[in-house]
Design a protein around this ligand. Sequence first.
Ligand code: TYM
Length: 323
Amino acid sequence: MRVLSGIQPTGRFHWGNYFGAIRQYIDLQQEHDGYYFIANLHALTTIRDSAQLQQLTRDAAIDLLALGLDPEKATLFIQSDVPEVSQLTWILMTGTPMGLLERCHAYKEKKARGVPADAGLFTYPVLMSADILAYDANWVPVGQDQVQHIEVCRDLATSFNHHFGEAFVLPEARVLDEAAKVPGTDGEKMSKSYDNIIGLFEDEKASRKKIMRIQTDSRPMEDPKDPETDHLFQLFRLMADGPAIEEMAALYRQGGFGYGHVKKAVAEVADAYFADARARRAEFENRPSTVDDILNAGAARARETAAAVLDRVESACGIKAPA
Ligand code: TYM
C-alpha cells in the first residue's frame, strides 16, 4: 500500500500529533511505501514570519527523524519542494463546489474563533487533496480532526474521475480508535490553537509542570471511577505497558486514590517513553548536512511520483495532449 500523510510546522509537535498520527507513520513504514511531508504551504495560512517558518520546518524534520521515521524505509520531504502539488491544486480547484468547503469543520471553527478568513484558509482542503492525490496514496494515517478533509479529497477525486476518466486513486483515512482525539491539559482535544498542549520535546521540567496542572474533576478521592471516561487515564494508557494499564484501571474502579498520583505516573511513563527520541534528536541536531541530504533525496523521489501523476491528470483533462 502507498501510505501518505502530512503535518504542519505551525508549532512544535505535541502528544496529539504523535499518538494520533506520527506513531502510525512509523508503524506503517515497516511494511508499506510511506510518503511523509512537512506541510509548510499549509502552515503559511497561520505563520507569517519567514524566519520562524524556516525554523519550525527544520525542527519538524528533525523531530520526525528523532521519533523514528526512517529515510531508508519512507520518503520524508517538504511539501513546497514538490511544485507539481500546487499545479494539481489549481486543477482540483476548478471542480470544487464552494458549498463543500463551506461545510468543513476546521474552517468553520477558525472562523467562529474570529481568525480572519483568507482564500488560503478556505481552500486549504483542496491543497490537502492535491497532497494526497499527487502520490496515488491508498491510506492516509491521521487523527479524527482530518477525516472530513479526506472525505473532501475523495469527493473531488471521484468527481474528476467521473468527468475525465479514472485518473486518481481514491484514498482512505486511517484513524486509531485509542488516539483519534488525544485530550489536552483541559480535557478537550489537544491542539496548538487551544493552548492545551504538552510538547514532545519540551523541557522535561516544563512538561511535568503542565502534566501536574491537567484539569480533573472534583469527585471525592474515595469514589470509584470509570477509567474509560477519564482523560488522564486516556493519556496514561497511550504510554504505559499492559500490566501497568491494568493496574491503574483497577485502581480507578476501586477508588481511594488522588489524581496527583495518576499525574505523577503519567509524567514518569512519558519521560521513559520519549527518552530515546530525545537522545536521537540531539544527535540529528548536530548533523545538519545529514538532515539536508535526507530531505533532498526525499524531495527528488516525491517529485518523480508527483510528476507522473500530474502528467496523467493533465492529459485526462486536456491541459496536455494525451501520451
Ligand atoms: P496537523 O498539522 O494539524 O496535525 C498533524 C496530525 O496530527 C493529528 N492530530 C491529532 N490526533 C489525535 N489527537 C489530537 N489531539 C491531535 N492533534 C493533531 C492530526 O489529525 C494530523 O493527522 N491538514 C493537516 C496536514 C496535512 C495533511 C495533508 C494530512 C496537509 N496535507 C495530507 C494528511 C494528508 C493538518 O493540519 O494536520
